[in-house]
Design a protein around this ligand. Structure first.
Ligand code: PEP
Ligand code: MG
Length: 568
């Protein structure tokens, strides 16, 4: 009989194959204190272990950008004098041997980081654990278990997979992952998504439930691992895998088509990106442009506010890669849950309603100007548009546009080219911007609806709070009516509205949004072809009638039911 175990979907898809159970050598710390005369010797041992690991990192080769970034982050962490100093202080003052000093330093760092309420920083705890483990192996002279020598085509099952594990893994032979630990945003999930293989994480104890060589099915569309499936289950999944492949091949063929409805309405299907690597993936996926460049990642991944030159290079590259297709650059949307290592944000009770996004930029005009100037200069190389986040007042648009006008004069004086007709828009993601849409539209060229925030603020439901996640629905009638209103106001003014919140890549919502009159859909690269496919097979007039009828329904669950049925 088969057994089914559940976990968190890290990367979608279905696969089946034999388990490669990855068990690491148990590594214990020798816990004998040292005598004063051995202090120097232990320090030398530590220094050598750290420098050996650093050399190993320097010699690594990469198959993904992700791995390169993680290795660079490890190099940075291991080169930080604070780490070495803290460990050696324990050797000198507490007469810990190098292994003990290393372990307690790493444990302290990890528990401090894990207390932080920040998913991104929590991931750094995994990096510290990984580094600690690798140095410990060196101190003990043990070679760590590795995934570099895999038998043909396997499914890796493990307690967890650290960056060191995945960076040495032979990726050509991995069909999927299932791990006891991990979350949606953890390293293992990101690697699986990058590799495009199905993966399930956070499975509690799957590594104890399977044996090496067991046959398993990973259904990462529903989040299940089926161990020792029956013949019927195997057959059922074989045909699902076949269907999945056929659907993938079919969508691959239409990805570069223009998304035009049967009755002739053309829509743009664009991508959201955070960096140039995302853009490469988006272009490969058939995007008609970029509807949201989240520039905050440029700032978050840096050790300083990026200079005008540094930003210009990135925006210019993006504009060139898009070769005339639109690139909407959102100005810095920092604050809330997104912080910077090099800037002390004030402590706030409600950071999501606090000093963030356009508010931050207008209070820091130097930082804002630097970014706007870089964007304007890049506009000479493509179809660049500027977009402001979290707008609540007309004055914010007026003030920001004044800065743009000042910079344009500066560029004219210096004979530097830029797009004189560059379009300027705002994200509609606050209740105020919905209510005031008819006024705001006078000052901008376009709207882009940020449903992630709009739904949270309109419904007063925190988008990240699991306790109330049942209330967070983009299908709530208040959200749908707001979307309809925003689009109508922009069309009445002869302008257009896009959407860059994740509702735009909810493929069950494509027909509904089409019917509401949305002009541009911008979201996950992986969903572009499916959104295009739906548009290509829809009739705008029919979907308009359908969407209008939905706006009279009061209950969110009923709306969801009708929409899902409408897609079948
Ligand atoms: C949004 O709020 O919908 C949006 C796209 O912005 P972010 O998710 O970056 O807040
Ligand atoms: Mg937002």
């Amino acid at each position: 009989m088969s057994s089914t175990y559940e976990g968190i979907i890290a990367s979608n898809g279905i696969t089946m194959g034999n388990v490669y159970l990855f068990k690491k050598n148990e590594i214990t710390v020798d816990s004998e204190l040292i005598s004063a005369e051995n202090v120097e010797f232990e320090q030398q041992k530590l220094k050598k272990a750290m420098s050996d690991y650093k050399k190993e990192l320097e010699n690594r080769t990469f198959s993904t950008k992700e791995e390169e970034e993680i290795t660079n982050a490890h190099k940075e962490l291991i080169s930080d004098p604070y780490l070495y100093d803290t460990i050696t202080t324990k050797i000198v003052t507490e007469l810990n041997n190098a292994q003990m000093a290393l372990k307690s330093t790493i444990d302290e760092m990890v528990s401090t980081i894990e207390l932080l309420d920040d998913e991104y920083l929590k991931e750094r705890a995994t990096d510290y654990k990984d580094i600690g483990e690798q140095i410990l192996y060196k101190l003990k002279g043990i070679k760590p278990a590795s995934l570099s020598n895999l038998p043909e085509d396997v499914i890796i099952v493990s307690k967890e997979l650290t960056p060191s594990d995945t960076s040495t893994m032979d990726k050509t032979k991995v069909l999927g992952f299932a791990t006891d630990l991990g979350a949606k945003t953890s390293h293992t999930s990101i690697i699986a998504q990058t590799m495009g293989i199905p993966a399930i994480v956070g499975m509690s104890n799957i590594s104890e439930k399977v044996n090496d060589g067991d046959f398993v099915i990973i259904d990462a569309n529903v989040g299940n691992v089926i161990v020792s499936p029956t013949e019927e289950e195997k057959e059922e999944y074989r045909s699902l895998i076949k269907e999945q492949k056929e659907e993938k091949d079919r969508l691959e063929k239409i990805k570069n088509k223009v998304a035009k409805t049967i009755d002739g309405c053309e829509k743009e299907v664009s991508a959201n990106i955070g960096n140039l690597e995302d853009l490469d993936i988006a272009i490969n996926s058939g995007c008609d442009g970029v509807g949201l460049f989240r520039t905050e990642f440029l700032y978050m991944e840096n050790s300083h506010f990026p200079t005008e030159e540094e930003q210009f290079e990135v925006y210019k590259q993006a504009a060139l890669k898009l070769d005339g297709k639109p690139l909407i650059i959102r100005t810095l949307d920092i604050g809330g849950d997104k912080n910077l290592k090099y800037f002390d944000f004030p402590k706030e009770d409600n950071p999501f309603l606090g000093f963030r996004a356009i508010r931050f930029c207008l209070k820091k005009p130097g930082i804002f100007r630097t970014q706007l100037k870089a964007i304007l200069r890049a506009s000479a190389f493509g179809k660049v548009r500027i977009m402001f986040p979290m707008v609540i007042n007309v004055s914010e648009i007026i003030e920001s546009k004044k800065i743009i006008e000042d910079i344009k004069k500066e560029l004219d004086d210096a004979n530097i080219s830029y797009d004189k007709n560059i379009e300027v828009g705002i994200m509609v993601e606050t209740p105020s911007s919905v209510v005031m849409a008819d006024q705001f539209i006078k000052y901008v060229d376009f709207f882009s609806i940020g449903t992630n925030d709009l739904t949270q603020y309109l419904l007063a439901v925190d988008r990240g709070n699991e306790n109330i996640s049942y209330l967070y629905s983009n299908y709530n009638p208040a959200v749908l009516r707001a979307i309809k209103h925003i689009i109508k106001v922009s069309h009445d003014a002869g302008k257009w509205t896009g959407m860059c919140g994740s509702f735009a890549s909810d493929t069950k919502a494509t027909k509904l949004l089409l019917g509401l009159g949305l002009d541009e859909f911008s979201g996950a690269a992986g969903k572009i072809s499916k959104v295009k496919d739906t548009i290509l097979n829809s009739n705008y007039e029919e979907e308009k009638e359908f969407s209008d009828s939905l706006l009279n329904i009061e209950d969110v669950e009923e709306i969801e039911k009708i929409v899902f049925k409408h897609n079948k």
